[in-house]
Structure formats: structure tokens, C-alpha cells
Design a protein around this ligand. Structure first.
Ligand SMILES: [Ca+2]
Ligand SMILES: [Ca+2]
Ligand SMILES: [Ca+2]
Ligand SMILES: [Zn+2]
Length: 672
């Protein structure tokens, strides 16, 4: 490399560093609900901020900029909080810091999240396979009929010859169709329909079934369900794992992709997922179309009979690609959670004792809940169904055990979010492939448990996860195409790449940061020391951070629709105190420390407040604060000295925050 080139490279590096160090105001770029918490973030050490009304450029609210997290482990930023929850009017706004730095514009309204749910649902329409996407509905993203030819049984498959498996949604950026992820995606749409029926998205989404008198969400879900029905083996009731080409076909339009598609082996995970979603579909569709609903229920029962005849996982060890096949494998060596889900849904659909018994005999086979729902781990869906069961024979004791386990889980998620600079409920290791859906799947459990318990911190933490997806993140972007000012433009999605249209197909959520760097683009940009939330690139080749998937869009539809308070039946105002976060005390930072450490807390309302440090014998070492304070965030420093001004001994101490309603205690480590 010559010197001139070296210098040029050096110059470029400087430019890059300068531009990435630029300060920014991170907001939910879609917007906020008037009656609920409203938080924005910045990495800039400003003192105050104003909320500017865009209609007249006037400041309508102002507040303090509070340091929330120094060197946030997820993002590596010093994150400052801008809390404007106290402002409750509607309109279009931006935030301006006292030094002039400004956010992108956003809206405050009751129905601000209807756009999120509608776009994400329309995103599934764009994934439709086996039909023409007409210009009337698809606009510039229209294309001809794709994949209308039958698929042929792979040599390893129980089915030989052709089978008509037309329809359904393309799974992701490729054109494969996989049963387990499909059932998982459908579960969110049907849960919304079953538990929150008035949150159903409108009949005016501009899909072919709009205006037919049935909510478009149910029309869209049915398009996938009808494909799923074709994936069941008519003889055994078992369900084929997937229909794909042998290799990924590259960036071609779907209707120009003619490679042979194969049907792969029956699998017990696919069969159990199928049984679960068909039993749920029966319950949802019986009021709309009893013939279709009955067909779904018979298919579910037939699938269950296959599972009874095959009590061990099929194929042995779980589905694996044959040697000649390179498409998605969706490996899952444990079908216990899928069988449990099938039992829960069939019990709810039929009231039959055998399903109740199966559920009760197995729901405690392992720790009750090990994480949020995902295509590999559907147990949370089974737990929610049983918890919300309308069957009089559902076991009350089991429901209490489930409720307590989910409550513990949610409390833990709130604690994780409280420690994060952007209130994201992801621990460092959870920034894996599809991490955006992990945050939203946690939001789903938080929403159900808010509904069960009325605990407002669950509502708040769920909302924080949506804020994260829509712009309250270190990338200062929404992760959803076509939403907000800064959205992904280069998703790993074959139609978006091959269609010759500059904009990507709208309403699709990217997988998000992936600290495990599972593709070459991520490896080029980042390394093992990169803070996990930064490991994302808006690059079409970064399939491990920027691909899309129907089962990632689905929780976005659920969470977006839930928070669309403009047409929901639940007025959160009827829940006492639901406008506020509960009292919150952060872990001190740094910890351990040897010079000074900062303790951040938040008050929800005006209250007497004391903050004191104790040693492990319970002796008070230092009173840091004793005052009456109004609502807001506060940051208190402890210098490691006792009340007499002497440096304390090395070791473990406790700090206790007390208001007139609550006491929170945390541990602190001092090293001399
Ligand atoms: Ca409709
Ligand atoms: Ca599993
Ligand atoms: Ca394009
Ligand atoms: Zn297709």
C-alpha cells in the first residue's frame, strides 16, 4: 500500500470516528401515548431539554437531562434520560437540548401505534406465496404468481410424488415455508383475536379481503392456516417439516424462481405446533366460519393422534437437513414444549380430560419458564393459554403455580430493563440472532401479566421494548422498514433486493443486533469487544442482523396493536396509578468501586425519601439523603466515607432507598 493511499485511509478513519461520536437524541420515531410514560435518551451531556410543538415551533414542556447510565454495558454509551411523561397533550413534536441538538419529529396520540400494527400486518401480506400480488394492494411491490407448482417429496420424506402445498407466507428473506415458525407466527395473531378481540386490526388494510366484513388480521392469518393444512400427511396425521428448494435461490423475484421445491420429513415438533395452532384457530374462527373452524379442529385432533402413536421425538434427535439440502434447519432437539402447547390448546378447544391430564402431568417436567417464546421454545404460549383458560375443569392450583412463575419472570425482566441505558429487557448474551423479537416476546409476557396483576411496571417495561424497536436505541433508527425517519433500507430480503424499487418492502422488522457475529459483514464491522447492542448493520448481506421473518413481525403486530390505545377496550386509566413507573432504584455504578460511586433512583410521586448505606451487621454507615423530593430521576454520589468522614473498610455494604410507600435495598462493594 502506497503512502498516499495510507494517508487517505487515515483521513477516512478520522471522519468515521468523528461522525460516530456525534451526539444524538434518541426518540421513539413513531411516537408516544399521551397518558403514559414518554422517555427519550441522549448520549450528550446536556443540562436541559425542551419539547417543541412543530405547529408553532414553541417550547411546550421542559425538563432536566439526567445521567441514567454511565458506560451502558449494552450500548457502550453514557446514556442520559429525557423524561417528558408529565406532558400529556397530543400533536407533533421534536425534542431540543439546551445546546441546540434536536431529535427527529414524532407524534403524541392515542392511536399512534395503530400505524405499527397495520404496517407490520401488511408486511405479512407482502410475504404471501402462491398468488399474484396485485398492484391495487401491493403498489410498486406487486409481482406475478409465485411457487404455484406442486412440491415433490424428498427421497427422505414419507411422501413420494407430488403434493399441492401452495399458499402461505414466505418465511423470511428467502422463499422457504417452514411449519414450526409459521405456527409460531400465527400464535400472536390468534392470541390477539382471542384475548383482545377489540384490538383486532381493521377491515381496511388494503389487502384483497379488505371490506369483506371480517377483520383483516383474521383474513391474513387464514391465508397461512390454509397452507398449513396442506402440510399434514392425510394418512398418519403427522406434519411435514418444511417445503423448500435444496439450496437458497439467491436474489431473484419469487415469480422468477423456478427451482424444484421439496417436501421434507414429518417431524413431531412440526406436528405438535400444527396441532396447537389448529386448535386455537378452531376457537377463533368458529364465530366467523364454522365449517373452516371444524376442519381446523379435526386436523388438530388427527395431529394429536400421530403424537400419541409416536411418544418419542420424530425424527430421532429432531429434524436435520439431508446432506443435499442447505435451506433453513430450525434445529430443535426437544419436542416436550411443543407437545405441551398442543395439549393446552386442545384442552381449551375441547374440554377433554386427556388433554388436561397431559398438561398437568408435564408442565412441571422442567423449570416452569426458561425464557420468552420462540420457534424453538413455545412453552410460554402453553402457559398463557392454561393461565387464561375458560374451562371450568382447569386446575386452580396449577394456574396459581403458573401465575407465580410468570410473575417472577416478569419481575426479573423489569429489573433487567431498569439496569439498561435504554430500558431494554435484554441481558448481554440475549443479543443473539433475532434479538429484536426476543425483546418483543418478553413484552408479550409482560403485557399478559400486566393484565393479570395490574402491575404498572409490567406495562411500562413492555412499552419500553416497543420504544427500543422504534428508535430508542444506539442506532437512532426504527428497526422496521417504512416506519419513522431513520428506518432500515437494505434488509436481507430477496424481493426487496431484486425488485428494482429503491425502497425496501415496507412493514418488515429486521432481526436486530447480534453479538455472536454470525455473518461476514458483522465480523468485518465488529469484534468480541463491541458492546452487544451495537452489533447491527443495515446491509443486505448481513443476514444475521438484517434479515426479516414472519415470526419476528408477528410479535410486533401483537405489541403494536396492544398499545394502540386509541381503539382498545381497556382504558388503562381505570387501573390505579397506571400512568407512572413504580419507584425504581438502579444498581450503583461503578460497582465494585474505590473512589466514588453513583446511585440513580426515580420517584413516581412527591414523597419523603431517605437513602442510607448500611454494613452487613445492619449498622448505619452513612445517610446520603433525607429530604422531600418531587417526581423525577435523581443521582446521588457516595464517596466511600462514613458519617464521621472516615473511609470505610473494604467489603460488602447495602444501600436502602425508602419512600412513604416502598423500600428497596441493593448491594454495593467497596474496595480500598
Ligand atoms: Ca377483511
Ligand atoms: Ca422445542
Ligand atoms: Ca428494492
Ligand atoms: Zn412464493
Amino acid at each position: 500500500m502506497g503512502k498516499v493511499k495510507q494517508r487517505a485511509l487515515f483521513f477516512l478513519l478520522i471522519i468515521t470516528i468523528v461522525s460516530s461520536a456525534q451526539s444524538t437524541v434518541f426518540v421513539n420515531q413513531v411516537g408516544y401515548l399521551p397518558d403514559h410514560l414518554k422517555m427519550a435518551y441522549t448520549d450528550h451531556a446536556a443540562e436541559s431539554f425542551s419539547l417543541i410543538d412543530l405547529t408553532n415551533n414553541r417550547a411546550v414542556f421542559s425538563g432536566e437531562v439526567v445521567l441514567l447510565k454511565e458506560n451502558d454495558p449494552s450500548s457502550g454509551l453514557d446514556v442520559y434520560l429525557l423524561d417528558f411523561s408529565g406532558f400529556q397533550s397530543t400533536g407533533r413534536f421534536k425534542i431540543r437540548l439546551n445546546d441546540g441538538e434536536e431529535s427527529v419529529p414524532f407524534e403524541i396520540s392515542d392511536s399512534v401505534f395503530s400505524r405499527v400494527a397495520d404496517r407490520a400486518l401488511k408486511g405479512l401480506y407482502y410475504q404471501r406465496c402462491g398468488m399474484t400480488l396485485e398492484e391495487a394492494f401491493a403498489g410498486v411491490f406487486n409481482h406475478g404468481t409465485c411457487h404455484s407448482a406442486d412440491a415433490i417429496g424428498h427421497s427422505t420424506c414419507e411422501h413420494s410424488g407430488y403434493l399441492n402445498v401452495r399458499g402461505g407466507w414466505h418465511d423470511a428473506g428467502d422463499y422457504g415455508k417452514y411449519v414450526a415458525p409459521a405456527a409460531h407466527a400465527l400464535s400472536y395473531l390468534l392470541m390477539l383475536a382471542e384475548y383482545f378481540p377489540s384490538f383486532l386490526i381493521s377491515d381496511r388494510l388494503d389487502i384483497p379481503e379488505s371490506g369483506n366484513g371480517i377483520p383483516d388480521m383474521l383474513d391474513e392469518a387464514r391465508y397461512e392456516l390454509q397452507w398449513l393444512l396442506t402440510m399434514q400427511d392425510a394418512n398418519s396425521g403427522g406434519v411435514f417439516f418444511k417445503v423448500t428448494t435444496k439450496n437458497f435461490v439467491g436474489y431473484v423475484m419469487p415469480h422468477k424462481s423456478f427451482d424444484a421445491r421439496y417436501l421434507y420429513q414429518i417431524s413431531s415438533t412440526a406436528t405438535a405446533d400444527f396441532a396447537a395452532i389448529m386448535a386455537r384457530a378452531y376457537r377463533v374462527y368458529k364465530d366467523y366460519d364454522s365449517t373452516f373452524a371444524s376442519q381446523c379442529l379435526s386436523a388438530a385432533q388427527h395431529a394429536w393422534s400421530y403424537l400419541e402413536a409416536h411418544p418419542a421425538i420424530v425424527p430421532d434427535g429432531g429434524f436435520q437437513n439431508p446432506a443435499d439440502t442447505k435451506t433453513g434447519e430450525y434445529g430443535d432437539a426437544d419436542d416436550g414444549d411443543e407437545r405441551l402447547w398442543a395439549a393446552a390448546e386442545l384442552f381449551e378447544a375441547t374440554a377433554a380430560t386427556e388433554f388436561n391430564d397431559y398438561f398437568l402431568n408435564h408442565y412441571q417436567d422442567e423449570e416452569i419458564i426458561q425464557g420468552p417464546a420462540g420457534w424453538q421454545y413455545v412453552k410460554p404460549l402453553a402457559l398463557i393459554t392454561y393461565l387464561k383458560s375458560a374451562q371450568p375443569t382447569a386446575d386452580e392450583n396449577a394456574r396459581n403455580i403458573i401465575q407465580n412463575a410468570l410473575d417472577d419472570y416478569c419481575r426479573n425482566q423489569v429489573a433487567i430493563a431498569d439496569e439498561d441505558g435504554f430500558h431494554v429487557a435484554l441481558e448481554g448474551w440475549e443479543y443473539y440472532w433475532g434479538s429484536n423479537s426476543v425483546a418483543l416476546n418478553k413484552a408479550l409476557i409482560l403485557i399478559f401479566m400486566f393484565e393479570e396483576t395490574g402491575k404498572k411496571e409490567y406495562f411500562a417495561t413492555a412499552l419500553h421494548q416497543l420504544n427500543y424497536i422504534l428508535g430508542c436505541n444506539a442506532h437512532n433508527m426504527t428497526f422496521v422498514t417504512g416506519l419513522g425517519t431513520n428506518a432500515p433500507r437494505h434488509i436481507h430480503h430477496s424481493p426487496s433486493i431484486a425488485d428494482g424499487v429503491q425502497e425496501p418492502v415496507p412493514g418488515l422488522m429486521a432481526g436486530g443486533p447480534n453479538k455472536y457475529l454470525n455473518d461476514l459483514v458483522l465480523q468485518l464491522h465488529f469484534n468480541a469487544n463491541t458492546p452487544p447492542a451495537l452489533c447491527y448493520v443495515d446491509d443486505q448481506e448481513s443476514y444475521a442482523s438484517n434479515e426479516v421473518a414472519v415470526y419476528w413481525n408477528a410479535p410486533l403486530i401483537f405489541v403494536g396493536a396492544y398499545f394502540n390505545q386509541g381503539r382498545g377496550p381497556v382504558s388503562l386509566d381505570s387501573q390505579p396509578g397506571s400512568r407512572d413507573l413504580s419507584l425504581f432504584l438502579a444498581q450503583n455504578f461503578p460497582n465494585p468501586f474505590n473512589n466514588q460511586t453513583a446511585i440513580v433512583f426515580k420517584l413516581e410521586e412527591r414523597s419523603p425519601v431517605t437513602l442510607e448505606v448500611f454494613d452487613m451487621r445492619g449498622e448505619k454507615v452513612r445517610a446520603l439523603l433525607s429530604d422531600v423530593r418531587g417526581p423525577g430521576y435523581y443521582r446521588i454520589i457516595w464517596d466511600g466515607k462514613n458519617g464521621a468522614g472516615q473511609v470505610v473498610a473494604s467489603g460488602l455494604y447495602l444501600y436502602r432507598l425508602k419512600t412513604d410507600r416502598r423500600v428497596i435495598v441493593k448491594k454495593i462493594v467497596f474496595i480500598r
